[in-house]
Structure formats: structure tokens, C-alpha cells
Design a binder for this molecule. Structure first.
Ligand code: PGA
Length: 256
């Protein structure tokens, strides 16, 4: 089964509107864009429209970093699925570990966000991943099972092709510590088996599972080259056009 690669840049709380335009123009200039890969960038809400405009008709697709589940109403500070879509997002990231750690995100709220995003035809990157203490206590697979099952509760099989899972071990995010390719592939295989149990083996075989956590040009090829690793969710290295492009190129080489 050949799955189309996804290389996504999670910019986190970085880049003003001007910086967003500059970074996207720099990516375009490097000549690494291709329709063979789903190339996604996730700027802050305030720069979504500028990002979509700067991307124009290139292969760059724009994602929001979070979304609320209600359509409208008295939810001060929140942004609805239709609002981010209108601003130019085709994708949204939900359940990032920073949202879980700092903003009280739970498996249940991840599930609500996922369903609300799918209802307006957004594509979704759902993040899962264990903390260091959980890995050390031998709970990695149990955590991945709980988070995956929780995220997909009530999501119909027909919507699955709109969804990508990102495995991001929390201990590898922004720390410079990458999971080894073996650790990543093992976790991805486990998540894939969980998707098979929740849906069907075919749905699991088609599901794209990205690795995230200190992905950089020097380690990208080895990670993305693994059987169950279908791309990367990149934080720090996605803020530099040269590094982001180098990961796209490395990914393509593994799928040549
Ligand atoms: P990092 O972040 O590449 O800076 O480790 C990854 C992420 O949080 O998505």
C-alpha cells in the first residue's frame, strides 16, 4: 500500500503576518514544492489568510493549529471550524501535546474538535503521544490506545480519509531528542493496529501516520524511510525554509 506523504510545519506561536509571507515566499523560491507530497504549513490564526494568499495555487496547503467545536456563540477567545476555513485553512491540527499540557485538552475535547472539523470538510491532523514518565513506566502502548480510541469515538469510517494521525512522543518535542526510527516505527505500527481494531484492516492500511518530535534534515530520511512512517510534523525546523524544504526532499527520496 503506498500512502501519499504528508510533510507539515507546525509554526506554533511564531510568525507575524509579514514573517508568514516571507517564509512562504522563501519556501516557494527554494523549488522544493511538489504535488507528490501533501505539504502543509500551520501558522497562527492571525496569519491564516496571509498564508493562504501567499501560497496561492502552489502545493502548499494551510492548517490552523487548533479549533473550537461550536459554530458560534458566547465562547470568548475561541474560533470555529467555519471561521478557520473562511480564513483559508484546509487543515487543522488537533490534540497537540502542548494543548494537552498547557491548555487542559483531553481525549474528549480532542474528539469534539475532530468531529466539528470533519463536519465542515476540514482535513485533520490528530496528535497522540506519550510523556517520558509514561514511556519509562512501560505505558506507551496503553497511552496510544487510549488517545487513539478517544479521538475517534463516533467518527465514521467514511471520514477517515480526511484524517492523518501524528505520533509525537512528548519527550521528543523541542528537546532535540528524537525517537529512534525503530521506536517511531514500532509506535506507528501499534497505532495502525489500533485503527484496524476500531475500523478495518483496509482503513488502517490507508491511514497516514506522521512522526513528530525534533525532526530535522539530518534525521528525516531515516525516520520517513520506515514502513509505518508516512511523513513528518515539524516544529522548530519548519521555521526555516531551507530545513523545511530539506525534509520534503528527504521524504521524497524515501518514496522515489
Ligand atoms: P519540534 O516540534 O519539531 O520542534 O520538536 C514538533 C511539534 O511539536 O509538532
Amino acid at each position: 500500500m503506498s500512502r501519499k506523504l504528508v510533510i507539515a510545519g507546525n509554526w506554533k506561536m511564531n510568525n507575524t503576518i509579514d514573517q508568514t509571507r516571507e517564509l512562504i515566499h522563501a519556501i516557494k523560491k527554494r523549488g522544493c514544492l511538489t504535488h507528490k507530497v501533501d505539504i502543509v504549513v500551520a501558522p497562527p490564526f492571525t496569519a491564516l489568510r496571509a498564508a493562504a494568499k501567499a501560497a496561492g495555487d502552489t502545493s502548499i496547503q494551510v492548517a490552523a493549529q487548533n479549533v473550537f467545536w461550536e459554530e458560534s456563540g458566547a465562547y470568548t477567545g475561541e474560533v470555529s471550524p467555519i471561521m478557520i476555513k473562511e480564513a483559508g485553512a484546509k487543515w487543522v491540527i488537533v490534540g497537540h501535546s502542548e494543548r494537552r499540557q498547557y491548555f487542559g485538552e483531553t481525549d474528549e475535547t480532542v474528539n469534539r474538535r475532530l468531529k466539528a472539523a470533519l463536519a465542515v470538510d476540514l482535513k485533520v491532523i490528530v496528535c497522540v503521544g506519550e510523556m517520558l514518565e509514561e514511556r519509562e513506566a512501560g505505558q506507551t502502548f496503553a497511552v496510544l490506545d487510549r488517545q487513539t480510541t478517544g479521538a475517534f469515538t463516533g467518527v465514521g469510517a467514511a471520514d477517515l480519509e480526511q484524517v492523518v494521525i501524528a505520533y509525537e512522543p512528548v519527550w521528543a518535542i523541542g528537546t532535540g531528542k528524537t525517537a529512534t526510527a525503530d521506536q517511531a516505527d514500532e509506535a506507528h505500527a501499534h497505532i495502525r493496529a489500533r485503527v484496524a481494531a476500531l475500523y478495518t484492516p483496509e482503513a488502517a492500511a490507508a491511514m497516514r501516520i506522521l512522526y513528530g518530535g525534533s525532526v530535522k534534515p539530518p534525521n528525516a530520511k531515516e525516520l520517513i524511510g520506515r514502513e509505518h512512517v508516512d511523513g513528518a510534523l515539524i516544529g522548530g525546523a519548519s521555521l526555516k525554509a531551507a530545513d523545511f524544504c530539506a525534509v520534503i526532499t528527504a521524504g521524497l527520496e524515501t518514496h522515489a
